[in-house]
Design a protein around this ligand. Structure first.
Ligand code: URA
Length: 257
């Protein structure tokens, strides 16, 4: 039996907290455990508890539509929740329940090593990205943590309650799509001119540059820099005044104008 299946079976028979007494099914997750993109919600609701699969109710239908907008189907990614059993009457999971369950998500991350982790909603983002995560201000921004790119979207249930948030979520989804699901190294720069410093973070020695393939605006938090993966000696960039533009042609920084 492989390690993923072993973990799944441990999770299915878990009785580490009181939710084991009220659940119908444990909801371990759905999709491909070798996917590069992992979506993490909060906890199963009534339909998920009945069917043993995450996001199968009304919010799940919207999530499928959101994924379809960027050409993804649930079998091409992996979807799970930070808590694997339904809290009665859909109340927020207790800290004791979150603690009892945390090891399963940690192990899922270790085994999957996704490239991009997408938190669905504030509770998942607070659990995974940062305890004081502000979903209204920080949704759609990318953060590098533990070797992964993490971002948070509004929870689909929140979008059903407040459809006015859908256009912002559409922008967030497009940014996610732009980032690409290939294996190009990416980094975050506050401005295009801090690329030299960020090249260091990608392992480029002093005097070397990492050629840029694409710059993507990071929701008001600077740029996501998608590099070509090559580290090469390049002439130093002149000190740039604030209004300068960076020119990228065929993946190379060709100048500042
Ligand atoms: N909400 C969640 O956070 N997860 C589900 O699986 C369903 C609804």
């Amino acid at each position: 039996m492989d390690q993923w299946e072993q973990l799944r079976q441990q999770c299915m028979s878990c009785r580490a907290c009181g939710l084991a007494d009220t659940r119908t099914n444990v909801v371990f997750g759905v999709g491909s455990p070798t996917a590069e993109v992992l979506l993490v919600g909060e906890a199963p609701g009534a339909s998920e508890d009945q069917q043993g699969e995450p996001f199968v109710g009304a919010a799940g239908k919207l999530l499928d539509d959101m994924l379809a907008m960027i050409g993804l189907r649930r079998q091409e990614i992996y979807i799970t929740n930070s808590v694997k059993c339904r809290p009665p009457k859909n109340r927020d999971p207790l800290n004791t329940e979150k603690d009892a369950c945390a090891g399963f998500l940690r192990r899922q991350l270790e085994l999957m090593q996704p490239k991009i982790l997408v938190c669905l909603g504030r509770i998942s983002a607070a659990e995974i990205i940062r305890p004081d995560f502000k979903i209204t201000q920080e949704h759609g921004q990318f953060f590098e943590k533990n070797g992964m790119w993490m971002t948070a979207l509004y929870h689909p249930a929140a979008l059903l309650r407040d459809p006015g948030k859908k256009p912002e979520t559409f922008e967030d989804l497009k940014r996610l799509q732009d980032l690409g699901f290939d294996r190009l190294p990416v980094c975050i720069a506050k401005t295009p001119f801090s690329l030299t410093a960020d090249a260091k973070a990608l392992g480029a020695p002093k005097g070397f540059r990492v050629p840029v393939q694409r710059l993507i605006l990071n929701a008001g938090a600077g740029f996501i820099v998608v590099t070509t993966g090559a580290i090469m000696r390049m002439p130093g960039l002149p000190k740039a005044p604030a209004a300068m533009q960076i020119d990228v042609v065929d993946g190379r920084i060709v100048g500042l104008s």
